[in-house]
Ligand binder design. Structure first.
Ligand code: 3H9
Length: 672
C-alpha cells in the first residue's frame, strides 16, 4: 500500500487489523478497494497471521460503493470480485461494524466470515433507493444468511436494520461494547481463528419461499409503483433460492448493470446528490457563524402552525405557540397531542417521548411571550396586511438578533420585512402541508436577509430533518410558481374537450401521487374562492358556488363515497359543458400527449425562468422542491432532470406547438 492509501494494516499478535480511513463515510472507491485487496493478500500470505479484522476509522463502517464513480470507466478490483476474494480467504476474516454498514459496505461484511457490531450500528442495502440492487453479491448472500423474507425487506425496501435485529436474523455474530469495538473484535477473532470449517455465506443454501415472495410483492405494490428496481431486487433474491451461488452472482451482475445504465437509477442518483447540494448556499461561506436557536416561537396554532411546532418539538427544541383566542389555542394543542398519540399508537414513538414533546410546548395568548424566542415563525392565514401588522408588532418585542420568519406560500417577503426595523433578520420559511410530515422547506431569502440568518435556518432545517432549498422572492417561490401554469393549462384543457379524469390519469400514470383536479379536491375547491355566488367566472367558481368544495363535502371535481373513493361526476360534466358553450371554446380531441405537453412542459419552462431570474440557485434545487414538496416521481429525477432525459429539443418543440413563449435557457439547453 502506498503512503497515501486510505487502507492501513495493524498487527495485534497473530491478528491483522485492516483499517479504512476514507472520510466522510468510507465509501468503497477505487483506492479503498485496491488497499483492501492488498491487505487481504498480505494477511493471507503471512504465516504469522491467523485471522483478520476489517474495520473503519471515522464515523462509520463502509457506507457503500462510491456513487460518484458510477457511470465512469470501472477500476479494478471491482467490488464483487473483492468481496468474493475476502470470502475465499483461507483465514477467518471478521468485520467490525460501527455506524452504518450500507450497500457495498454491507456486502463486504457479508463476504467476511464473521461480523461483530456495536449496539448502535445499522446494516442495510439501500441501493434500491438509488434505483439499483446490491451488486456485490448482496442479493445472493443476504437470503442465504438471513432468509428470503428479511432479504426481500432489506433489498427491495432499502431500510437499514438495527444491530440487534441483524443479530436475531443471523447476520451479526456478536454485539460488542459500544466503546470497545476494536478490543472486542480482536477478542472475537482470537476465539474463532482456529475454528474450521470457516463459515461462508456462498456455501449455504436457502429454500424457496414463493408464498413470502407473493405476499411481500402484494403488500408493497403501492410503494413500488412505477419503480424498476424493487422488482429486480425481488427477482434476484428469488434466484438465490433457485440457482447455484456462482450463477446467482452472474444473474445479479447482469441485473445490476441493466439498472445502472437505465434512466431511473440516473434520476435517483441525481436526487441523492441534489438533496445534499441543496443545503449549500452559493455565496455564503460554509464556516459562517450561526445564531443559536434554543427556543422557537410559532404564531398561529392552526393546521400549519401546529404542524410547524411539531417539527421543533420532535427535535427537542422548545416551542412557544401563540393564538388569539383560548378556544383556537386549545384546539391546536389538542391536534398536536392527537398527532403524537397516533404516532405512538403505531409504535413509532414511546409514550414518554409524547409527553416530553408536549412538555416542551408553551401555549399562550400573550404575544409578548415571544420575546425570549430565537426564531419566530408566523403561520397565520395568507393576507399581506395581517402579516405586516404581525411583523411590525413582532419587531417591537422580539429580542435583538432573533430571526423572524413568515410561512407565507406566495407573498413578498421584502414587503413583510419592510414593516420591521430589522429586515436583515427576516426571511420566509415555507413549510408544506402537513408540515410535520412533508420533507420540503423552501427558505425564502429576502433582498436584505443577512447571510448568517440564512445559514442558521438552513442548518436548523437539517436539525428538524427537512430538506431545505433556498428560493428568491417571487410569487409562489419555486414550487407554487411552477404549479400555476400547470393549473391554467389544465383548466383550459377541460374547456377544449378533456375531462378531469383524463388529465388526472395522465399525471398519475406519469407517477405523480395525484393529478391537478384530485389535488384541488383534496386541498379544497373553495380555496381562493371569493365567496360571492354572483361572481362565477370559471368552472372552479361554479363548483365552489354549488358547495362542491372537494373531498370534505364528498363532492368536487369528482363525486366521493363515504370512504372517499372518487368517481366521475355527471354534474361536473354538465358544468364543464355549460362553460364550453358559454365561452364558445372550440372542441378537439385532447390526446394524452397534448396533456403532457401542455401541463408538464410549461412547468419545466417556468422552472427555467425561475433559474434565469436567479430565484433558485440551481436546476437540481428545483428538482428537490418537486420531489419532496409535491411527490414528483423520484425515478424521473424532478422536472428539470426529466426535461433533460426527454431531450430539451423535444420539450421546446412541444411548447412551441402550443404557442408558449420558451425560456431562453431551455431553448439554448444551458439550464444549470
Ligand atoms: C452500492 O453500494 C452499490 C453496490 O451494491 C454494488 C457495487 C458494484 N458514495 O449523507 P451525508 C457523501 S450503492 C459517495 O450528508 P450523513 C455525500 O454525498 C451505495 N459519496 O451524511 C456527502 O458528501 P458532501 C449504497 C457518498 O451522516 C457526504 O458523503 N449506499 C456516499 O447524513 C456525507 O453524506 C448508500 O446508498 C457514497 N456511497 O449520512 C448509502 N455516501 O458532504 C448512501 C455518502 O460532499 N449514503 N456520500 O455533500 C447515506 O445514506 C448517507 O450518506 C449516510 C451518512 C447514512 C452514510
Amino acid at each position: 500500500m502506498t503512503a497515501s492509501s486510505p487502507i492501513r494494516t495493524e498487527r495485534h499478535g497473530d491478528v491483522l487489523v485492516i483499517v479504512s480511513d476514507n472520510p466522510p463515510v468510507n465509501a468503497l472507491g477505487a483506492a479503498v478497494r485496491i488497499g483492501l485487496e492488498a491487505a487481504i493478500k498480505e494477511g493471507a500470505a503471512d504465516q504469522s497471521i491467523a485471522a483478520m479484522v476489517i474495520r473503519c476509522d471515522g464515523r462509520t463502517f463502509f457506507a457503500g460503493a462510491d456513487i460518484t464513480e458510477f457511470g465512469k470507466p470501472p477500476v479494478e478490483p471491482l467490488l464483487p470480485v473483492l468481496v468474493d476474494m475476502i470470502e475465499a480467504c483461507g483465514k477467518p476474516v471478521v468485520a467490525a461494524i460501527h455506524g452504518t454498514a450500507l450497500g457495498g459496505g454491507c456486502e463486504v461484511a457479508l463476504g467476511c466470515h464473521y461480523r461483530v457490531a456495536v449496539p448502535s450500528a445499522k446494516i442495510g442495502t439501500p441501493e434500491v433507493k438509488l434505483g439499483l440492487l446490491p451488486g456485490a453479491g448482496g442479493t445472493q448472500r443476504l437470503p442465504r444468511l438471513a432468509g428470503v423474507r428479511l432479504a426481500l425487506e432489506m433489498t427491495a425496501k432499502g431500510e437499514p436494520i438495527s444491530a440487534r435485529r441483524a443479530q436475531e436474523a443471523g447476520l451479526i455474530d456478536r454485539i460488542v461494547g459500544e466503546d470497545s469495538l476494536v478490543a472486542d473484535a480482536l477478542a472475537f477473532a482470537d476465539e474463532v481463528k482456529a475454528k474450521r470449517p470457516i463459515p461462508r455465506a456462498a456455501e449455504k443454501t436457502v429454500a424457496a419461499d414463493p408464498e413470502a415472495v407473493a405476499a411481500f410483492t402484494k403488500e408493497n405494490a403501492r410503494r413500488f409503483r412505477g419503480f424498476d428496481a424493487p422488482a429486480a431486487n425481488i427477482d434476484c433474491v428469488v434466484k438465490a433460492t433457485e440457482l447455484p451461488f456462482a450463477e446467482g452472482l452472474a444473474y445479479e451482475r447482469q441485473a445490476f448493470m441493466r439498472l445502472m445504465t437505465g434512466t431511473q437509477s440516473a434520476a435517483q442518483r441525481h436526487i441523492f446528490f441534489a438533496e445534499r447540494q441543496a443545503a449549500r448556499i452559493d455565496d455564503v461561506p460554509t464556516d459562517t457563524a450561526l445564531r443559536p436557536i434554543a427556543r422557537v416561537g410559532v404564531i398561529g396554532a392552526g393546521t400549519m402552525g401546529g404542524g410547524i411546532a411539531m417539527n421543533f418539538l420532535s427535535a427537542g427544541i422548545p416551542v412557544t405557540i401563540v393564538e388569539m383566542a383560548q378556544e383556537a389555542l386549545d384546539r391546536g394543542i389538542g391536534v398536536i397531542r392527537r398527532n403524537y398519540e397516533a404516532t405512538a399508537a403505531k409504535g413509532r414513538m414511546k409514550p414518554e417521548q409524547v409527553e416530553a414533546a408536549m412538555a416542551a410546548l408553551t401555549p399562550t395568548l400573550d404575544f409578548d411571550s415571544l420575546a425570549d424566542c430565537d426564531l419566530v415563525i408566523e403561520a397565520v392565514y395568507e393576507n399581506m396586511e395581517v402579516k405586516q401588522e404581525i411583523f411590525a408588532r413582532l419587531d417591537g418585542i422580539a429580542k435583538p438578533g432573533a430571526i423572524l420568519a413568515s410561512n407565507t406560500s406566495y407573498l413578498d417577503i421584502d414587503a413583510i420585512a419592510a414593516c420591521t426595523k430589522r429586515p436583515q433578520d427576516v426571511l420566509g420559511m415555507h413549510f408544506f402541508s402537513p408540515a410535520n410530515v412533508m420533507k420540503l422547506l423552501e427558505v425564502v431569502r429576502g433582498a436584505e436577509t443577512a447571510s448568517d440568518v440564512l445559514a442558521t435556518v438552513m442548518a436548523l432545517a437539517k436539525r428538524i430533518r427537512k430538506v431545505a432549498v433556498v428560493a428568491g422572492v417571487t410569487y409562489g417561490f419555486i414550487g407554487n410558481r411552477m404549479l400555476m401554469p400547470r393549473q391554467v393549462e389544465a383548466n383550459k384543457l377541460l374547456l377544449e374537450g378533456a375531462t378531469p379524469e383524463q388529465i388526472d390519469r395522465v399525471h398519475t400514470a406519469f407517477g405523480m401521487p395525484m393529478g391537478p383536479f384530485q389535488m384541488a379536491d383534496l386541498a379544497g375547491v373553495d380555496i381562493g374562492w371569493h365567496r360571492d355566488p354572483s361572481r362565477i367566472e370559471n368552472v372552479r367558481d361554479a363548483l365552489a358556488a354549488e358547495g362542491r368544495w372537494g373531498q370534505k363535502k364528498q363532492a368536487g371535481f369528482y363525486d366521493y363515497d363515504e370512504k372517499r373513493n372518487p368517481s366521475p361526476s355527471p354534474r361536473v360534466a354538465e358544468i364543464i359543458q355549460e362553460w364550453r358553450e358559454k365561452t364558445g371554446t372550440p372542441q378537439h380531441e385532447v390526446t394524452d400527449e397534448e396533456i403532457v405537453e401542455r401541463t408538464l412542459y410549461p412547468m419545466v419552462n417556468e422552472g427555467a425562468l425561475i433559474l434565469e431570474e436567479g430565484k433558485a440557485q440551481r436546476a437540481s434545487d428545483v428538482d428537490v422542491v418537486w420531489i419532496y414538496g409535491y411527490g414528483w416521481p423520484v425515478y424521473r429525477g424532478g422536472p428539470m432532470f426529466w426535461a433533460k432525459t426527454e431531450g430539451y429539443d423535444k420539450v421546446v418543440a412541444g411548447l412551441e406547438k402550443h404557442g408558449f413563449t420558451v425560456a431562453k435557457s431551455l431553448r439554448a439547453g444551458t439550464i444549470k
